[in-house]
Design a protein around this ligand. Structure first.
Ligand SMILES: [Mg+2]
Length: 202
């Protein structure tokens, strides 16, 4: 029984104080670019400014609210405008539902990968290889630090953190998760401020 008391505090302490890992985590959790709005604020100007030729897009809460089965009119328009300035657009989701994620991808006429298990790099690498572009010219765009940004940075992609698109009823559930991630990333040494300061078009 006494051992129990020792084991629990010690193990949780170890998780949060891996000092030799601080620099690594700092880099891995730091997006290259943070947008103050949703993906709809990622304009052709910004994409060209950073010489991005390919985009890998998270789906849930990056493109659509969590349970949504349809792309909004605004998203369709964004995809059409974005196609004009990048060579490739892929959807890479941790979700396993071909009905829902596949349906959204097909409605947007975009290739997609399910069950990516981000922050694993494997499925992101598959998308980047299919694009046949240098990895640094491909941006990973997502709403989560510990899946999208971490996976993209691990692969050497350009990483863009966007504000989540959330159903009003889901906001209470969703935002604390993201807030905890931001807080934890700061504890681990990431500033969660853009590496390149706020976007200036000129
Ligand atoms: Mg997401």
């Amino acid at each position: 029984m006494l051992n129990y008391k020792f084991i629990i505090p010690n193990s949780s302490f170890i998780i949060f104080t891996p000092r030799p890992l601080n620099m690594t985590w700092n880099k891995l959790l730091q997006p290259d670019l943070i947008l103050e709005g949703s993906i709809l604020t990622l304009t052709p100007d910004i994409i060209q400014q950073y010489q991005i030729e390919g985009l890998v897009l998270d789906v849930d809460e990056t493109l659509v609210p969590m349970k949504s089965t349809e792309a909004s009119a605004a998203l369709r328009l964004w995809v059409e405008q974005t196609r004009l300035v990048v060579q490739h657009l892929w959807l890479v989701s941790n979700n396993l539902s071909d009905t829902r994620i596949g349906g959204i991808a097909r409605s947007l006429d975009l290739p997609y990968i399910l069950g990516a298990v981000k922050p694993s790099r494997r499925k992101l690498r598959q998308a980047v290889q299919a694009m046949n572009l240098p990895v640094e010219q491909v941006a990973m765009v997502g709403d989560r630090l510990f899946t999208d940004v971490l996976a993209g940075n691990r692969l050497g992609m350009f990483t863009i953190l966007v504000e989540p698109i959330v159903d009003p009823g889901e906001a209470i559930r969703s935002y604390p998760v993201r807030s905890i991630e931001v807080l934890l990333s700061q504890v681990l040494g990431a500033s969660i401020a853009p590496k390149s300061a706020k976007i200036n078009k000129h």
